[in-house]
Design a protein around this ligand. Structure first.
Ligand SMILES: Cc1cc2nc3c(=O)[nH]c(=O)nc-3n(C[C@H](O)[C@H](O)[C@H](O)COP(=O)(O)OP(=O)(O)OC[C@H]3O[C@@H](n4cnc5c(N)ncnc54)[C@H](O)[C@@H]3O)c2cc1C
Length: 472
């Protein structure tokens, strides 16, 4: 009997008969991609090129039946399994070496119901698919700020972006999810059924099953007033001090995040500022257009003259995809995050020291606002534990050149270590590499125990462990 060796669920090896794989292939309506197939190299690639994983099988599912078949196959063969949405995860948790990838990228489709202001989304959708489908109705689901990010992984980790201050995290707008559980059964989690599962999916990541459909609440958003303003980094100390006072006074419809970064040497930026280290404020005002100039006036009135100002009216979808060309698939990424409550003078000093040593033009530090509507949800109401912070910080070393990988990693780690004493302990799971169990526990805080209980109920064998894992 011909067999192949796969990575087992507990990290050992398991042997699978070729005939079982053949049968699995026949049962699937989607493709089963194997290392010798011409499509394999493309199919296994992740967004972060620093991660190079070689799964044994990639099941490109087309529907719930395919997902169920794949879950049964992994279970029956005691095989390591990863779930892939958009493949944008930093540490590459949408794939695994030697195991089975349940690839949901073909399960796209967005259905907008303008009457109920709800949106149903397939797990293979990107953020941009959701923004695009909603735009015809002037509706948007609060989520991230780069249109190529997978909506599935983003949602399950929490999801924050330009609409967060006004309408909450993505999980605060998640009202229902269809899930294939570890035993292959199918359930719908909502406020009226499997409430505990919905609670866990709201921030607990891919630990509890394969989500095959998401339903969200959407909000009216059309033309917004937004975009970036840059100052030379020599002004950063003053701008950061001003920003920490300004944010709590700003209307919730105005979301402004702060970045310490470098002007990319490319259009549309004027050549004379290419490569300059900067402090950036990047805004989105989603209130009534005729109030936008007033709401954003302090950014222009109270701060020194900027070196670049592209803030203005634009379609929400344009702002959502503004940074896509700078961040194509295939760059090297190493990132770390933390939740920040106060931006102290000492922290600002540490930021300035490390931001001045970026190892590449794309490397950055961003502080995303997590206040407003996020604070109106209780700490125990969803798995997302940090409801009282002001920012979600990310420090990301980014560059196209693999030879720069070590420098990116060293810089991001050193920067993070300098800021961590000024942070809250945990960080956004979607801005983490594989950082160990203590970090996951710190991130879920008081909610961790309940997550373990729910994991025990829905996935007692920890089939879904290629994630920021909550052990049953
Ligand atoms: C350029 C860039 C910009 C970003 N901007 C933002 C931002 O503005 N806001 C923000 O909140 N985050 C942002 N992120 C972080 C983003 O949320 C994470 O990278 C997230 O993991 C991406 O999800 P994905 O589906 O693409 O990832 P994948 O790599 O496919 O999956 C990530 C994790 O989710 C699990 N998973 C995926 N789909 C499912 C499913 N259907 N069922 C169960 N588990 C599943 C996977 O197993 C894996 O553990 C950004 C990331 C990048 C690279």
């Amino acid at each position: 009997m011909s067999t192949v060796t796969a990575k087992s669920i507990d990290g050992d090896q398991t042997t699978i008969a070729e005939s079982h794989i053949e049968k699995f292939k026949e049962q699937l309506r989607g493709e089963l991609i194997r290392p010798n197939d011409s499509t394999y190299e493309n199919a296994r690639q992740l967004y972060n090129a620093m991660i190079d994983k070689r799964p044994l099988l990639i099941a490109r599912c087309t529907d719930v039946t395919d997902v169920t078949t794949a879950v049964h196959f992994a279970r029956d063969n005691h095989m390591l399994v990863a779930i892939r949405g958009g493949g944008h995860n930093g540490p590459g948790l949408g794939s695994c070496d030697g195991g089975l990838v349940i690839d949901l990228s073909a399960m796209k489709g967005v259905h907008v119901n303008p009457e109920t202001r709800t949106v149903r989304v397939g797990p293979g959708c990107m953020q941009g698919d959701v923004d695009h489908a909603g735009s015809a109705f002037g509706l948007a689901v609060p989520a991230g700020i780069v249109s190529t990010t997978g909506i599935a992984g983003l949602t399950l980790g929490g999801g924050h972006g330009y609409l967060t201050r006004k309408h909450g995290l993505t999980i605060d707008n998640l009202i229902e999810a269809d899930v294939v559980l570890a035993d292959g059964s199918f359930v719908t989690a909502s406020e009226s059924q499997h409430q505990d599962l919905l609670w866990a999916l709201r921030g607990g990541g891919g630990n509890f099953g394969v989500v095959t459909s998401f339903q969200y609440r959407a909000h009216p958003v059309n033309t917004v007033y937004g975009g970036p303003i840059f100052w030379d980094q020599s002004e950063a100390s003053d701008i950061m001090r001003w920003y920490r006072e300004f944010l709590p006074t700003a209307p919730e419809a105005l979301s402004t995040f702060l970045g310490l970064k470098t002007v990319p040497s490319t259009a549309p930026f004027p050549k004379e500022i290419w490569g300059r280290r900067i402090c950036a404020l990047i805004s989105c005002y989603s209130g009534p257009v005729d109030t936008a100039e007033d709401a954003t006036k302090p950014l222009r009135r109270d701060l020194p003259a900027p070196i670049f100002d592209a803030m203005g009216p634009m379609p929400f979808t344009a702002l959502q995809s503004m940074f896509d060309p700078l961040l194509p698939k295939g760059l090297q990424w190493y990132w770390k995050g933390d939740f920040i409550k106060e931006l102290t003078d000492e922290a600002i000093e540490a930021h300035l020291e490390h931001a001045a040593q970026t190892p590449s033009e794309l490397s950055l530090m961003h502080l995303y606002p997590i206040d407003g509507a996020v604070h109106r949800v209780g700490q125990g109401e969803t798995a997302w534990s940090y409801r009282d912070v002001t920012w979600s910080m990310v420090i990301a070393g980014i560059d196209p050149d693999p030879a720069n990988a070590e420098a990116l990693t060293t810089w991001a780690k050193g920067y993070w270590e300098a800021i961590h004493p000024h942070a809250m302990g945990g960080g956004y799971v979607n801005f983490m590499m594989e950082e160990g169990e203590d970090r996951i526990k710190a991130t879920y805080g008081d909610n961790y125990k309940r997550l373990v209980d729910i994991k025990r109920k829905y996935d007692p064998i920890n089939l879904f462990r290629v994630n920021q894992n909550i052990k049953p």
